[in-house]
Design a protein around this ligand. Sequence first.
Ligand SMILES: *[C@@H]1O[C@H](CO)[C@@H](O)[C@H](O)[C@H]1NC(C)=O
Ligand SMILES: *[C@@H]1O[C@H](CO)[C@@H](O)[C@H](O)[C@H]1NC(C)=O
Ligand SMILES: *[C@@H]1O[C@H](CO)[C@@H](O)[C@H](O)[C@H]1NC(C)=O
Length: 408
Amino acid sequence: MITFTRQAGFLVLCTFVVGTWIGFFWREAFVSKEKQLIQSTQFMKKKSFPLQSVSELRKGDKLNLSKCSMPKRNIFFMKTHKTAGSTVQNVLVRYADQHDLFVGLSENADFRFHYSQGLFFRTSFVRKTEKEINMLCHHMRFFKQQVMSIMPEDTMYFTILREPSAHFESFFSYLHWHNAAFSLVPQSMEGLNVWLDDPEKYYHGKKDGNNWWFAKNGMAFDLGFNNNNNDELYIKKAIDDMTSTYHLVLITDYFEESVILLKDALCWNLMDMVYLPLNARSDKASNLTDSLRTKIKNWNKLDSAIYDTFNKTFWKKVHAYGREKMYSEIKELKKLNQQLLAECVDGDSVENAFISNPDNKPYNPEGVKMMGYNLKQEAKDEKFCQDLVKTTKAWFKFLLQKQYAYSL
Ligand SMILES: *[C@@H]1O[C@H](CO)[C@@H](O)[C@H](O)[C@H]1NC(C)=O
Ligand SMILES: *[C@@H]1O[C@H](CO)[C@@H](O)[C@H](O)[C@H]1NC(C)=O
Ligand SMILES: *[C@@H]1O[C@H](CO)[C@@H](O)[C@H](O)[C@H]1NC(C)=O
């Protein structure tokens, strides 16, 4: 009996001691797990802040992966002026940054490849690197042989064009005081009318000095053609040349369709394509009369013919893609862009003067109002948001540092 009691007492004691310890450990384990859970949820909440739209994007993505298995990594974007190219470029550099693709950059402090002198591109304009170059997407005057010699063989070549009368008006207004021929008349619709009544009176080609090429066939100049040549035969040659160079030619005037076709050609996801319009003017293209449009097209025959040809090709591609698929994806894209705007941006786009972060301030020539973004207070530390609204110049600085360990 005594033995039993002693044994029982020992057992009770053991049970008590062990139980207490188990309870203690169990409580500790549980509580710390809960703590961890709370912390990780907070972490995720913070991390996923702008990505709420991105996760929705994944769900909504209608990309058919069976058709498309290898996302393109080697890309040449011939960035033309005043065609929404900055918005496309922002999509490209964000992807490059996320996937550690190498973006070839200018060897001097200007992010354009010696464009200010109007020189044809040369490989020596690219800052030296041991790495393979995956992307070129900054302003240049195209020179096919030189570009092809620096890009990998499987590179996807694309560019973007804009309806020539809207494009010319944009040049006339945006670069008015940077072009000798334009600056001889007022920076207004009346001025444009007067100018187009007798372009030869104001335009003297190279003799006009800095940026002279913006006043005639400005897109063709960027694309590497002779912008003074409006002859039928030359136009045909230029178009054939472009057809053999570019896998895809986007059209600014149908920007959303363009973005979807680009997604398809690059084999990327819809979430890779989100954007906020960058480097836009606040005073949108004014109403151009039909007679003004006709005058602009006559003066810029080369640009006009190139545009008309590739606009037709573009719409063939839209039809081939499937209109229904196209418009359901555009709907999705618009929704995502709007969500990003709501999550990242304080209000909507604002004029240059009201942008507080210098990295988000677009280049603003005289007499125009350029637009950009201020991030919401809670979005200021979110890389995804920062990257969306950063200017070309700020990206250039960032990529120089990241890729070349070079600081401007
Ligand atoms: C993707 O395409 C294949 C072949 O065209 C088709 O069988 C499949 O159903 C498509 N998948 C989706 C999700 O649309
Ligand atoms: C453009 O012109 C058309 C026809 O003259 C007119 O109906 C329209 O309101 C104008 N739009 C703007 C924004 O001025
Ligand atoms: C582009 O092409 C489409 C289809 O041919 C046509 O409807 C449209 O008017 C063209 N756009 C311009 C601006 O010429």
